[in-house]
Design a protein around this ligand. Sequence first.
Ligand SMILES: [Zn+2]
Length: 328
Amino acid sequence: MSFPTQRPRRLRRNENWRRMVRETSLSVDDLILPLFVVPGEGVRNPVTSMPGVFQLSVDEVAKEAAEVHALGIPAVILFGVPHDEDKDPEGTEAYNPGGLVPQAIRAMKKEAPDLLIWADVCMCEYTSHGHCGVLTPDGEVENDPTLDLLAQAALAYAQAGADAVAPSDMMDGRVWAIRESLDDEGFVDLPIVSYAAKYASGYYGPFREAAHSAPAFGDRRAYQMDPPNVEEALREVELDIEEGADIVMVKPAGPYLDVIWRVKEAFGLPTAAYQVSGEYALIKAAAERGWVDEQRIALESLVGIKRAGADMILTYFAKDVARWLGGK
Ligand SMILES: [Zn+2]
């Protein structure tokens, strides 16, 4: 019998002991901040369901890039949010080389050349129907014709200076289509961050306000993953790796820690996790009511995601975390 010879409490008695035996550490190096770009100038629209998050015009997002870089955060991920009148059934603005995201990338690179800019690649912010691909006459999202449009969008972002492209649409074969188009145009060294296991989740609600991307009809269950499945997530990840993904992502993060763990265990690739808008909003809302301690819960949620196996985390808390950890 090991008790009382073994007393694990001995190494928990003060902060110095706890620091020495701590198994997981969260640092600013792990963080990617999502940013939303809108048309106009001098625009900082608060997203009401995500306190502290703003839709930013190109000039404002460039200033934000400088601030994010000064906080030591290594990367951001960009989402374009065009006016409704600029949306059409084919999502043309997604692959317009002069569109919002390419403009933002160029402006951000001037203000913060060393900040890594990931460009999210999807159609749903740009299509009039709000789905992640083009539709058949009876309203089904068509896989193969969408691939070419995604590849064009990724290329437009690469040409504008993006440091990575991140397809989030969940069409089959998109990583391969994007890799081929990037390679053909000389972007052989540009990484692809694949949203490999993206679930059809209720936790995306606030994002849809931020990105104006709610589908006009139906939902995304015919292409995003079914929440109860994990073996299927491993197949999705394996396919994306075969197609050329450099980093694989699990989204959402908090309710899918087992998926993160299984993916990291099975493949060992750099693994990202997206702490999505609903995860953020729940913490914010409870903290506003004084029901939880925001800083403590946010840090605990993020260290849990790391402990599960994530190497990096996309989170709306990125700037707060940088300040909390840096004492700024
Ligand atoms: Zn989408």
